[in-house]
Design a protein around this ligand. Structure first.
Ligand code: PLP
Length: 454
């Protein structure tokens, strides 16, 4: 990297001394210091030393429309001038929040008729879990308190959501999971014993959900939470038909089916929502990230009429449903979301992603022959390479200390950003505005990083 200015050095000192970073080793970070990003345009990032990086991860799988979309900036600015804040408490509302709720109901699966607007994905999951508890209490089934999610699932890091998340670092030292939180195996075609046979893998997942519900007692189980493609768990792509089979099983088992589309929503896997590909109608859906493309914070908890009405009808007149935050349904975030949603459809962003997706899949596939690559997988513009130390035995790198850091350093040198999961899985989620040329550049740089890691 180029030399840093005195201003940057001062910032680095302040960061090391004061800024607590999310999902980071705090002490090691004090040693390493921050990588300060200063500007971005299209798919390109620039850091404080002027080094340019091709962003292969859309920030944190969120900047779906790419950086520097002027119409989004205008939408935010206009709303800031007009009405920068309006509470949603006590019957207050703002025009963007109302229009956004209606738009989300319009574009999500038909079962979803109500939108609760949050600050991000963790809060959307947390609200979903709290609404589910309310719902079962409201309809006179208070024993239904247990939640089932999936190993390697990620559902944010709220007090409840981090327990639905099944990644060890989110539990370690936090006294999680709660006694009401349970997991079933992840549908990973590369690692599952039935992985080679899509139908067998789907049947195994359904059987494990049934078995877990039987173990807990159907009368005690509130809901099943899942991601259509597991993101932070290592971009685990189940076979087509898996989501529908799990939905049908949940209905039969009389438990609520919650689809967490925080990553997969808004064109990331091809259609507007991953549910659309299989005609799945969940009871609840959680959204964030692509909702505003990361330009401002916002998420949503989508509710079916059954869940909404169950809660609404049980609240005595004058007694509020006690859930909300100062920034729920924030008008500026809502204005940004409305413009981002317009770009997805009228702006052709999702159509572009669908055009580019085959090249993305082919580029990932082309890296299968690399000596370090055990598996290459994707759906839409969401993909991963799983690195192995032996292709024959599929032996992974496990938790090799420092592997993610070494890959990250090499990626930086080669001017590219992607996600290095600690266990040797590399994740890719480029902006949906990527061109074929951007895809080529991304994977040319990734190949160099892999060659350096040999
Ligand atoms: N759910 C899923 C599937 C996610 O991937 C994430 C974040 O990565 C969340 C929930 C939490 O969202 P947020 O980070 O906006 O709180």
């Amino acid at each position: 990297p180029a030399a840093r200015s005195a201003d940057t050095d001062a910032l680095v000192r302040l960061d090391r001394a004061h800024l607590v970073h999310p999902v980071t080793n705090w002490r090691q970070h004090e040693e390493r210091g921050p990588l300060i990003l200063t500007e971005a345009r299209g798919p390109w990032l620039k850091d404080a030393s002027g080094h340019e990086l091709l962003d292969g991860f859309a920030g944190l799988w969120c900047v779906n429309v790419g950086y520097g979309q002027e119409s989004v900036v205008r939408a935010a600015t206009e709303q800031l001038h007009k009405l920068p804040y309006a509470t949603g408490y006590f019957d207050f509302a703002s025009e963007p929040a109302i229009r956004l709720a209606a738009k989300l109901v319009d574009i999500t699966p038909p079962s979803l008729t109500r939108a609760y607007l949050t600050l991000g994905g963790s809060e959307a999951v947390d609200a979903a879990a709290r609404f589910i508890v309310q719902y079962w209490n409201a309809v006179g089934r208070p024993a239904k308190k247990h939640f089932i999610s999936q190993e390697r699932g990620y559902h944010g890091s709220s007090s409840t959501g981090a327990g639905l998340t099944a990644l060890p670092v989110f539990h370690r030292g936090f006294d999680l999971p709660l006694p009401t939180q349970h997991y079933i195996p992840s549908p990973n075609p590369y690692r599952h014993p039935q992985g080679g046979d899509a139908q067998a893998l789907i049947a195994a997942s359904v059987a494990s959900l049934r078995a877990k519900v039987a173990e807990l007692g159907a009368d005690n189980v509130a809901a099943f939470f899942c991601e259509p493609v597991q993101g932070s768990g290592g971009v685990i792509v189940p076979p087509v038909g898996w989501l529908k089979a799990m939905r049908d099983a949940a209905r039969e088992l009389d438990i609520l089916f919650v689809v967490d589309e925080v990553i997969t929503g808004f064109g990331r896997t091809g259609p507007m929502f991953a549910c659309d590909a299989e005609g799945v109608e969940p009871d609840l859906m959680t959204l964030a990230k692509g909702l505003t493309s990361g330009y401002l914070p916002m998420g949503a908890t989508m509710l079916s009429e059954k869940v909404y009405a169950g809660i609404a009808d049980a609240a005595p007149a004058g007694v509020p449903v006690g859930h909300g935050a100062t920034y729920s349904a924030h008008p500026v975030s809502a204005a940004v979301a409305l413009e981002v949603l317009r770009l997805y459809t009228e702006g052709g962003v999702i159509a572009n992603a669908q055009r580019v997706a085959p090249a993305f899949a082919a580029a990932l596939d082309g890296l299968r022959s690399h000596p370090l690559v055990g598996d290459a997988r994707c759906r839409g513009l969401l993909g991963a390479l799983e690195l192995v130390s032996s292709k024959a035995t599929k032996r992974g790198f496990g938790a090799v200390p420092g592997l993610a850091e070494r890959l990250f350093a090499s990626a930086y040198r080669n001017g590219v950003v992607f996600r290095c999961f600690g266990d040797g899985v590399l994740g890719f989620a480029p902006a949906l505005t990527y061109t074929h040329g951007d895809v080529e550049q991304l994977f040319a740089r990734v190949r160099k990083v892999l060659d350096e890691a040999l």
